[in-house]
Write a protein that binds this ligand. Structure first.
Ligand code: BES
Ligand code: MN
Ligand code: MN
Length: 458
């Protein structure tokens, strides 16, 4: 029988060509002008899944973006793996910072460069190709279901609802997800935690129109100045978030587990060099890995108001706005945190202005156990293909729907990501090393095999 390595070698160019076809569709979920691209991407996935060997593939319409569902279920005695991924991507701005255009994928220095190269088109595509191999060689050891959505980057609203309506269809023993990363190729890791998130928009309004800053400057409160002051007060001198009640439900991690976490290799110098910063920053009393892995955070994602075009324009703007996200840890509830933030932020506003706080989407944090059949299977598979035993790792990123899967479907997820921090997801020049792409395809069939074994043993 042809080995997975041989199969990859023979088909490597075709895999790339097919992936590039998906990447060329600019399926940016946050921008309504790309609505038609969401349908194109879903149709593209449908064909990929059908060609790879699914028995049925269907596009489910929702009130917003379509969900692609496919399956090959053939033996009720075997466990069922439900593969999840997302075909939507983040906006590509700032466009001028890209070396090659974001939706014209190209390979340079061993990496695929494009928006979605890693997150999550490149990573989810590995599953289609690994599945294709197992079908072709008759080695599929599990039933398989696929579910690809187009709203992960905007909170997975439609999928959360759709899951609740399709519990029977989605019946499975594990959800397999490649939408996270590894520490490095030398230190492979399996993601055992994700942070939750609460996304919020704030608007501060002063005078009912922009004012001449000479005629009025110094006599009317400036909403941009005030918003900046309000935002600055959201952290105290210990870099704690000052939102009242923010830490109330935070799960405190014991010394033992912190010691365990500290074992994962990390160099502050490499980190600083990679990001071009002189110093790291964060909550006093915690290491960098702890700050992203087990502690919550608050960041401004965007801020605007007044004139930002060429040259200058002397006005006191009528309004100032900001988009803010909070990263949450287990036990913190995103709806409650949104409410706490709203109350706190409103209380910060001085009389000179009015403030509006609009919570957007969010999701709960997620943790997974190390003694599950899926963790053991992933451990064995990664160890075999990387030649090094993987270590568990709590990531700072969020995939809002993962905790919903657990709550609604009662199924745990295994986060088998092959990305690297240097992949620059959400940034200009996002990339995915070919090595990781092919290594992922090589590892997935082993995961299936060992999952079937571990599941049997359980
Ligand atoms: N794939 C990422 C999340 C991720 C990346 C987790 C790397 C762990 C390691 C996902 O597409 C993402 O970016 N999620 C958003 C969610 C938000 C927009 C609701 C995030 O984390 O910002
Ligand atoms: Mn993603
Ligand atoms: Mn993302």
């Amino acid at each position: 029988m042809e080995s997975i390595k041989d199969y990859i070698e023979k088909n490597s160019q075709r895999f790339l060509d097919e992936l590039f076809g998906l990447i060329r569709i600019p399926s940016i979920s946050s921008q309504s002008e790309h609505k038609p691209d969401m349908y194109k991407a879903a149709e593209y996935w449908k064909k990929i899944l059908a060609d790879a060997g699914c028995n049925t593939v269907e596009i489910f319409e929702t009130e917003t973006n379509p969900i692609v569902y496919g399956e090959k279920t053939f033996n009720p005695k075997l466990p069922t793996i439900l593969v999840y991924g997302h075909y939507d991507v983040m906006p590509a701005d700032p466009l001028e910072a890209w070396i090659s255009p974001p939706f014209e994928p190209e390979t340079r220095d061993g990496k695929i460069y494009a928006r979605g190269a890693d997150d999550d088109k490149g990573q989810s595509f590995m599953h289609a190709k690994a599945f294709e191999y197992m079908v072709k060689t008759g080695t599929l050891p599990c039933n398989v279901k696929f579910m690809f959505e187009g709203e992960e980057e905007i909170g997975s609203g439609a999928l959360k609802k759709w899951c609740a309506e399709h519990k029977e269809l989605l019946k499975s023993d594990v959800i397999l997800v490649s939408d996270t990363g590894m520490i490095s190729m030398e230190t492979p890791s399996i993601t055992t935690g994700l942070r939750g998130i609460a996304c919020i928009e704030v608007e501060v309004t002063g005078p009912s129109r922009d004012l001449h800053s000479g005629l009025f400057g110094g006599a009317v409160a400036n909403p941009v100045n005030i918003l900046c002051k309000m935002i600055a007060s959201l952290h105290d001198e210990n870099r704690h978030v000052t939102v009242e009640g923010f830490y109330d439900d935070v799960e405190e991690i014991g010394v033992e587990e912190r010691r365990e976490l500290a074992k994962s290799p990390f160099s502050v110098d490499d980190y600083k060099n990679a990001l071009n910063i002189n110093q790291v920053w964060g909550e006093i009393g915690y290491t960098t890995n702890e700050r992203t892995g087990i502690r919550p955070a608050l960041d401004v994602n965007g801020i605007w108001g007044g004139y930002i075009g060429e040259g200058s324009k002397t006005v006191i703007p009528s309004k100032a706005c900001a988009k803010i996200s909070m990263r949450l840890v287990p036990n913190q509830d995103f709806a409650k945190i949104s409410e706490l933030f709203k109350n706190h932020f409103e209380s910060l506003a001085p009389d000179y202005v009015s403030v509006k706080v609009t919570p957007h989407h969010g999701g709960q944090a997620y943790v997974s156990p190390l003694n599950s059949p899926e963790y053991k299977a992933a451990y064995r598979a990664v160890k075999e293909t990387f030649g090094v035993a993987p270590i568990p790792f709590r990531s700072g990123g969020s995939i809002p729907v993962i905790s919903t899967f657990e709550q609604t479907l009662g199924v745990k997820s295994l986060l088998l990501g092959f990305g690297l921090e240097s992949d620059a997801i959400h940034s200009p020049n996002e990339n995915y090393p070919l090595y990781n792409f092919y290594k992922g395809i090589e590892t997935i069939p082993l995961f299936y095999k060992y999952f079937a074994e571990e599941f049997e043993k359980r």
